[in-house]
Design a protein around this ligand. Structure first.
Ligand code: ZN
Length: 97
């Protein structure tokens, strides 16, 4: 987690729409169109070195977000399988640039 968290209000009202528009409302990994509401704004560098600078943020669809090879996302896997967002053999679809 970054040392300084951006207040949630700023994140939802300002940062999310800017990143989503910059990425043309599409998942930058698979190219699928995502609505602002359903978009996942991902930290490219996560963990201690993470920050909320625009160059560290990108738009992902929920599937690509969950399947990103990032230990910080492992908690999402089980709930994503339950919701049918990813297949049970999700390990075959994990990606990282
Ligand atoms: Zn995607």
């Amino acid at each position: 987690m970054p040392k300084k968290r951006t207040p949630n209000e700023t994140w939802y009202k300002n940062i999310r729409p800017i990143i989503w528009k910059r990425d043309n409302g599409r998942c930058v990994n698979c190219g699928m169109k995502v609505s602002l509401k359903n978009s996942h704004i991902d930290h490219i560098v996560s963990g201690l070195k993470s920050d909320n600078k625009f160059r560290n943020l990108r738009t992902l669809c929920v599937r690509c977000h969950v399947l990103r090879l990032d230990i910080n996302h492992r908690g999402m896997i089980q709930s994503a399988i339950r919701k049918n967002l990813i297949p049970a053999d999700w390990r075959n679809f994990v990606w990282e640039e």
